[in-house]
Design a protein around this ligand. Structure first.
Ligand code: F6P
Length: 349
């Protein structure tokens, strides 16, 4: 395999409990292939454009550096949500990217992120192809939402799913132990934007030691408040506690997000994504006012994507390998591609 020159790695979008493992994988593979420098973009492509780079050797060659990186949640390099403009009419931005690459003699660019980050990889590799540039651009999948196409699943999802399953079990036990005479309703709000994978992970709570949630509402289905309230009333006929998992992205029949009913989703990022937050609380208030039951909401929010204490070892290993194999692909001359995970069997996993 060809020797690798300098490379750069960046993190983009929402962090996960294992995203730093992918930085480590890039670092390890690039060093195995003889890279003199592995640069880190501080706050993704946005920092890169401002030449805000660090030398990862300064952090990873001493003491517990690599092990600490692997185990630390949140994005070590800092992330961004930055939308590259279309190439036509915005050549200056692209010229700046390639000027920085040339100044630092960077041969390959690795971007760890979700769908928007993979768009960035594609636009840069398209620009390189149409301008006779030899640098390679490779995407490393990462998202707790688990909504990247082609790959079987996305690094980051497994750990968040494990956190959700464990937390659901714990809060179900908590609510069931309070011995109430009046029904209590607990609504747990889970991230995932328009993909229901994370909310669906609440189903993993069910087992010999736990009844599981009484319903899980996914963003792929229209949410009907009347059906929701009827279901709660029906469950409350049979037991004193009702536990519901809801995705942050559930919508009403008219297209509005449920969180918009109480003022959520009012801020929009550069990609046009609304910040979805608050549907759990909205629903808890609805339950209280419509049924008179006690109701409480828990928003798992960033806890679910930063819970390194419950991270999955499989997920952490896959995150590292995704980074590692991304570098190997670039060393083989591939560009405009993303590492994917392909599951060969269920048993053994
Ligand atoms: O894309 C990952 C994700 O965690 C989504 O599940 C969530 O809706 C979004 O990021 C939140 O983004 P931010 O932290 O930028 O508000």
């Amino acid at each position: 395999m060809k020797r690798m020159g300098n490379v750069v790695v960046g993190q983009s979008g929402g962090p996960t409990a294992v995203i730093n493992g992918s930085v480590l994988g890039v670092y390890q593979a690039a060093k195995e292939l003889g890279a003199d420098h592995v640069y880190g973009m501080v706050h993704g492509i946005q920092g890169f454009l401002e030449k805000n780079l660090i030398c990862l050797e300064d952090y990873l060659e001493s003491g517990m550096g690599r092990e600490l990186l692997r185990r630390t949640p949140s994005a070590f390099l800092g992330t961004c949500r930055y939308k590259l403009p279309q190439i036509a009419g915005n050549e200056a931005v692209y010229e700046q990217v390639f000027a920085v690459m040339e100044e630092y003699q960077i041969e390959a660019f690795f971007y760890i992120g979700g769908n928007d980050s993979m768009d960035t990889v594609k636009m840069l590799s398209d620009y390189a192809a149409s301008h006779g540039k030899s640098q390679r651009f490779v995407g490393i999948p990462k998202t707790v939402d688990n909504d990247l196409p082609v790959t079987d699943h996305c690094p980051g999802y497994g750990s968040a799913a494990k956190y959700i399953a464990a937390s659901m079990k714990e809060v179900i036990r908590d609510v069931q132990s309070t011995g109430l005479t009046k029904p209590t309703v607990l609504i747990v709000e889970i991230m995932g934007r328009h993909a229901g994978w994370l909310a669906a992970a609440a189903a993993l709570a069910k087992g010999e030691d736990c009844d599981g949630a009484d319903a899980i509402y996914l963003p792929e289905r229209v949410f009907d408040p009347e059906d929701f309230l009827s279901h709660i009333r029906a469950v409350a006929e049979t037991k004193n506690t009702v536990v519901i998992a809801v995705s942050e992205g559930i919508r009403l029949g008219d297209g509005r997000f449920v969180c918009e009913l109480s003022g959520g989703a009012d801020s929009v990022d550069v990609f046009g994504h609304k910040q979805l937050s608050g549907c759990g609380l909205t629903l808890a208030e609805m339950v209280k006012s419509q049924t008179g039951f006690k109701a409480r909401a828990i928003e798992l929010s960033t806890l679910q994507r930063s819970a390194a204490h419950l991270a999955s070892l499989t997920d952490a290993d896959e995150a590292r390998e995704a980074g590692y194999h991304g570098v190997m692909a670039a060393a083989e001359g591939r560009t405009g591609v993303m590492t994917v995970l392909r599951k060969l069997h269920d048993t053994p996993y």
